[in-house]
Design a protein around this ligand. Structure first.
Ligand SMILES: [Mg+2]
Length: 363
């Protein structure tokens, strides 16, 4: 089988209510879907994270001509050729996000060609349902964050994540309101989105520890590996990081210095499903828990479900119940979420499809 073309489709979903975190206010989400066509009639679908203005030109100018003619069922060989095929490598950022999307689409083709779900191509699903955490309780007034937190508990979620970090004292009010609303038994993850320096992370982390966080995510700059290890020694709660790291090589220094407890490769960012699997395996070997990051339109959710189903040591799917992705419409079988768990798709390939109706609605 050979690749005959790679196309991109960009869609936009506008919000009724802005989403805020420590460094960003979003009023819309843009999704770039990457379609890989083959001479066998199969089209694979991927999705690109990264700068949404850059993905389409990167694919058109950097990857498309080099990918046409390659065998999509050899996703490892294809990945190596596209990642390391020249004298100068693109080792991170949007180029690796674009490559991740192509690679994920190739896994979709592998599954469709074999008539089995991607989890089967990955060695078989070891579980049919994955425990999920609700992501996210975006930065807002404490009372409205607490209301939403309570609704997530009522929906059945046993874990949830909040984004704070832009304020110090008022962030404690947010955590206090959320913890009071959800009670002591629900896991509460805190995500700082990298805005603290080491000392601020230590000071604020010690104050936030009073609310029993399940983990403390991306407190500092992603490549300050030693800083993560420094912080882990000084804070009582587990450290989570990794959504801003690329390829196994980017994770190895973090694992080597013991800098985090929960390792968060994003399959749409880290290089794709193949690199994601290597990173999850390396995390397990290093004594850390892999918990893939997922902030996607829906293709990333499907890819993450398949990989987590195949790798039983991974824990806690990042699931977006805010209604700002396009999860339900993309899934071929109904997306089933029950008691805080999400069912692994069983349709051939990833189990998602970009229909004309979706394109017309979000173009
Ligand atoms: Mg995060």
């Amino acid at each position: 089988m050979r690749i005959t073309d790679i196309r991109t489709v960009q869609l936009t979903r506008r919000f009724s209510h802005p989403q805020r975190n420590s460094c960003d206010i979003r009023t819309e989400r843009r999704f770039t879907f990457v379609l890989v066509d083959t001479d066998a009639g199969f089209t694979g679908i991927g999705e690109a994270s990264g700068n949404q203005n850059l993905i389409a030109p990167i694919i058109a100018a950097h990857y498309r001509n080099r990918a046409v003619g390659l065998d999509p069922t050899d996703s490892e060989g294809l990945w190596r050729k596209l990642y390391a095929g020249g004298a100068f490598w693109e080792i991170g950022g949007s180029p690796v996000c674009a490559l991740s999307a192509i690679e994920v689409a190739c896994w979709d083709i592998r599954g469709k060609a074999a008539g089995v779900p991607v989890s089967q191509v990955l060695g078989g699903a070891k579980r049919d349902w994955i425990d999920a955490y609700a992501s996210d309780l975006h930065w807002d007034e404490p009372a409205s964050m607490a209301d939403l937190a309570r609704r997530y508990v009522d929906q059945g979620f046993r874990w949830m994540k909040t984004h704070i970090g832009a304020e110090y004292d008022r962030d404690l009010l947010r955590l206090e309101a959320i913890r009071r609303a959800i009670g002591p038994d629900i896991g509460l993850m805190i995500d700082i989105n990298t805005v603290y320096d080491r000392q601020t992370a230590r000071e604020q982390g010690l104050r936030q520890a009073a609310f029993d966080p399940f983990w403390f995510e991306e407190p500092i700059a992603p490549a300050d590996y030693a800083g993560h290890a420094w912080l882990k020694e000084r804070l009582p709660m587990p450290i989570a990081a990794g959504e801003n790291l690329y390829t196994l090589s980017g994770f190895e220094p973090l694992l080597a210095c013991g800098g985090c407890d929960y390792v968060m490769p994003d399959l749409l960012r880290c290089g794709g499903i193949g690199q994601g699997r290597l990173i999850c395996d390396a995390a397990e070997s290093a004594g850390a828990t892999a918990t893939p990051h997922n902030y996607s339109g829906g293709v990333g959710l499907a890819a993450t479900l398949h990989l987590m189903a195949a790798l039983p040591a991974t824990r806690l799917l990042e699931f977006d119940p805010t209604g700002t992705a396009i999860y339900e419409e993309l899934f071929v079988e109904p997306l089933t979420v029950k008691d805080g768990r999400v069912r692994v798709p069983t349709a051939p390939g990833l189990g998602v499809a970009l229909t004309d109706e979706i394109i017309a609605r979000y173009r």
